[in-house]
Design a protein around this ligand. Structure first.
Ligand SMILES: CC(C)(COP(=O)(O)OP(=O)(O)OC[C@H]1O[C@@H](n2cnc3c(N)ncnc32)[C@H](O)[C@@H]1OP(=O)(O)O)[C@@H](O)C(=O)NCCC(=O)NCCS
Length: 192
């Protein structure tokens, strides 16, 4: 090693130092999804379908399928929310869908929530799921369910537990993705 490599780095004069801009605060608005949000919603979900086992879908959904889901939940009056950055970027979404398509189950919905990877771990999931719970209650729902993979979905389990969801059952090795068997954890919250 050369002697100068051991010497401390030279500091620029004060007037030439780069001033780092302060990190922008993480802010967002939560609002009902519109048809124009669906391409972003689709891109967020695609990431988890292709790369993870937190969803047990193995094929990405087409925009046409998302439009159909949007039209269906809108017709039923079920909530479909997005969180949007001040610049209009969709950071995540949460949706309630019918649990079973039989009239007797009309007060029960299955919810799901997905955030852009860069938006996780900052409290947005809790804010968005809380807003979905409120919207579900206003829509007349009484029970919310979530079906979570039993491995690799720790943040989802933690989020649901923090909002009072209780585990009501487990099924072992009921799905296979990426050549691995996966079980599911059933979570439930009464919102009456
Ligand atoms: C699951 C997901 C929505 C959670 O949202 P998030 O913004 O990351 O979570 P938050 O920062 O709001 O944290 C909510 C709570 O869970 C806890 N938590 C979050 N991730 C955690 C982790 N990996 N391990 C332990 N605790 C965790 C937080 O500490 C917080 O607890 P608190 O309220 O007691 O302080 C988000 O991580 C995500 O989109 N993940 C990928 C998709 C996914 O798994 N969706 C659910 C499919 S069932």
């Amino acid at each position: 090693m050369l002697e100068e490599e051991y010497s401390p780095a030279r500091r620029r004069p004060f007037h030439l130092r780069r001033i780092e801009p302060p990190e922008a605060p993480f802010s967002y608005e939560i609002r009902p999804a519109t048809a124009r949000d669906l391409p972003d919603v689709r891109a967020i979900y695609d990431h988890y379908v292709v790369n993870t086992m937190v969803t047990l879908d193995t094929e990405v959904k087409s925009l046409r399928q998302w439009r159909s889901t949007f039209a269906y939940v809108t017709r039923l009056g079920l909530p479909f929310l997005v969180a949007v950055s001040p610049t209009g970027q969709v950071l995540g979404y949460a949706i309630c869908e019918p649990w079973i398509q039989k009239r007797a189950y009309r007060f029960t919905a299955e919810e799901s929530i997905y955030l852009r990877p860069a938006s996780t771990g900052k409290g947005l999931g809790k804010a968005l799921l809380s807003a979905l719970i409120d919207a579900g209650r206003q829509a007349g729902l009484k029970q919310l369910l979530a079906v979570v993979a039993d491995s690799g979905a720790e943040s989802s389990l933690a989020l649901h537990a923090s909002l009072g969801f209780k585990e009501t059952g487990r099924m072992g090795r009921v799905a296979q993705k990426f050549g691995r068997w996966i079980g599911t954890v059933m979570l439930q919250k009464s919102i009456r």
